[in-house]
Design a protein around this ligand. Structure first.
Ligand SMILES: Cc1ncc(COP(=O)(O)O)c(C=O)c1O
Length: 402
């Protein structure tokens, strides 16, 4: 009965595939279709119209921040946050080696030097001890990432930032709705940066926003992304050195996100109960454990449910690729995420003399050998199918661990 499907046994999902059983992604709501028509007929397709203005207030509140500024994606949000904080040529920005390219490219876009450091082996977020070691007189900011389904250790990061007088920009691209000690991510550091790209927990296909508490920083972020114009503090002079871009958001995107914000609580409850079920069922499964978060009271967004293979747990001759293959034969999709630390991505194009990379053994080990990730909507399946995912993982790990 427990013969692996890859060896001719019966697949856990029968003839079906997990990917055919997850609810449609992204979620579609009838009220959004009506709202999009309303926006279309209004002709107010851009320029901080009704829904963008609502989001500026409501999304900020949702993340416990005072303000939010909306733009084209979650890359230019990082860039504009750096510009607004005055980070530029000659400055260094400390970033983790495991993230999407944008986290490390944004400092380069503003002429600063990305300084790549190692991650914590269990949370997969930037390791605060490695931040301290990388600080130099040129260091101006840190960009922690709340990655996959964890929240970075903001207590330690903020203490380091305070001690060394550094800015903190939280990359919250994976963490809509996440909190640490009851405080929304993106409201803890100086600026939060969110992405609304197609795979994200909330999505308009593309989109991004910065959350911020300081009105003057907010004004500069707005100007940096809206060719110098301001809706925040128009009475302020445009800072002469602020580089300003056209990175505006559209009202169609705002209408889509608006409804997702109002459905967030129900989807989050489902994700949390799905993860609890999965973890409970995997309690005795050998060789694998869930990515942890930094603090016990973290409210996790569970963007990508992420697991780690225990070091050296696989039988001789078995690799992580064999685990994926066996899971796929059972009908379950797990994958290696981006497959590499960001500095090894083929599209990492920052010239060698324009970035600093510290030793990153954990980034390499995690990304090349140990991380096991699944689709962001898996936890939205019904309990029966989530249980089958656990059954498949358990079956494969029992067969492949030493
Ligand atoms: C951690 C992280 N930061 C930033 C981004 C950039 O977001 P966008 O694709 O909206 O530019 C992404 C996108 O996947 C991401 O995963």
């Amino acid at each position: 009965m427990n013969k692996l499907a890859v060896n001719g046994g019966t697949p856990v999902f029968g003839g079906k595939k997990m990917m055919d059983l997850i609810p449609p992604w992204p979620p579609r709501y009838p009220e959004t279709a009506e709202r999009l028509l309303e926006v279309y007929n209004s002709g107010k397709w851009s320029g901080c119209s009704v829904y963008e203005q609502k989001l500026m207030t409501e999304f900020a509140e949702f993340q416990d921040a005072k303000y939010s500024v909306w733009m084209a994606n979650g890359t230019v949000t990082l860039e504009c946050a750096l510009l607004a904080l005055g980070v530029g040529p000659g400055d260094e920005v400390i970033v983790p080696g495991v993230s999407w390219l944008a986290t490390a490219q944004a400092p380069d876009y503003v002429g600063a030097t990305p300084v790549i450091v190692d991650i914590d082996p269990d949370t997969l977020c930037i390791d605060p001890a490695r931040i301290e070691e990388a600080i130099t007189p040129r260091t101006k900011a840190i960009i922690p990432v709340h990655i996959f389904s964890a929240v970075a250790d903001m207590d330690r990061i903020m203490a380091i930032a305070k001690k060394h007088n550094l800015y903190v920009i939280e990359d919250c691209a994976h963490a809509h709705g996440a909190k640490q000690h009851g405080k929304g991510v993106g409201s803890i550091g100086d600026v939060g940066s969110f992405s609304f790209q197609l795979s994200k927990i909330m999505t308009a296909g593309e989109g991004g926003c910065c959350t911020v508490n300081d009105i003057d920083v907010c004004d500069r972020i707005f100007r940096a992304s809206h060719i110098g114009n301001s809706r925040i503090k128009p009475e302020n002079e445009l800072p002469a050195t602020l580089s300003c871009h056209q990175y505006r958001f559209t009202e169609f995107q705002a209408a889509v996100i608006y409804d997702q914000l109002h459905h967030e609580a129900e989807l989050r409850a489902k994700r949390i109960s799905g993860m609890k079920l999965l973890n409970g069922l995997l309690r005795d499964t050998p060789g694998i454990y869930q990515q942890t978060s930094s603090c016990e009271d973290d409210l996790r967004a569970y963007y990508f449910p992420t697991f780690l293979l225990k070091p050296n747990c696989l039988k001789e001759g078995i690799t992580r690729a064999d685990v994926y293959k066996a899971l796929s034969a059972e009908g379950v999709l797990f994958h290696e995420g981006w497959g590499a630390p960001l500095y090894d991505f083929p599209s990492w194009n920052v010239p060698k003399d324009k970035f600093v990379k510290h030793e990153t053994p954990v980034c390499a080990d995690v990304m090349y050998n140990r991380v096991v990730i699944t689709h962001n909507a898996v936890l939205l399946m019904d309990d029966k199918n989530i249980s089958r995912v656990a059954e498949a993982l358990d079956k494969v790990m029992r067969a492949y661990t030493a």
